[in-house]
Design a protein around this ligand. Structure first.
Ligand SMILES: [Mg+2]
Length: 182
């Protein structure tokens, strides 16, 4: 199986890093926790292309247990492909970050059309946080698991956090395999 994995706020705590950079606190304020994208002065689409933005991405903390869970898929013979809306220019930063935090090797696809990217890469299921991209993937007919965030509570898909993903996903995978065959 090929497992699609988003990076920002799925395996990397980018919102916490943004809050620290823009607001001086790593505790994300309540109102921002409910928003998938933040409207803050200086935080525009080009921010992540800037040295400051890239530095922020490289400093983001990984979610605890995320690398452990993804590596367990590799040991079982599955493949990981990272599908991210980060700009192409961040590829090296992302690759270094993944290696530094012991995430499995895998292609990095930069995409704003994640449904299409999942189909192109033959993804069996996708792990995402953002309801906007989760919707694209779902529409492409590919199951999505969401890493639980305040802004995705209403999205109709199973939610998890990495601490329980090691129990949930291995149970869900055999069911997906059956669906693949039928
Ligand atoms: Mg994300």
């Amino acid at each position: 199986m090929i497992i699609g994995v988003d990076i920002c706020n799925t395996i990397a705590q980018v919102n916490e890093a943004l809050a620290l950079h823009f607001l001086g606190t790593s505790k994300v304020p309540d109102d921002l926790q409910k928003q998938r994208q933040w409207n803050l002065p200086g935080l525009n689409p080009d921010f992540f292309r800037s040295p400051e933005g890239m530095n922020l991405l490289s400093q983001a903390k990984p979610y605890e247990k995320a690398s452990e869970v993804l590596n367990s898929f590799i040991y079982k013979g599955h493949k990981i492909v990272y599908i991210t809306a980060r700009p192409q220019e961040t590829e090296l930063v992302s690759r270094r970050w993944l290696r530094q935090h012991n995430f499995p090797l895998g292609d990095i696809v930069h995409s704003h059309q994640k449904g299409e990217s999942c189909l192109e890469k033959g993804v069996t299921f996708m792990i995402e946080d953002d309801p906007f991209y989760a919707e694209q993937v779902k529409r492409a007919g590919i199951p999505v698991f969401l890493v639980r965030q305040r802004y995705n509570v209403d999205f109709p898909a199973p939610k998890m956090d990495w601490k329980i993903a090691g129990f949930i996903l291995p149970k869900a995978i055999p069911m997906m395999k059956r669906n693949e065959r039928s």
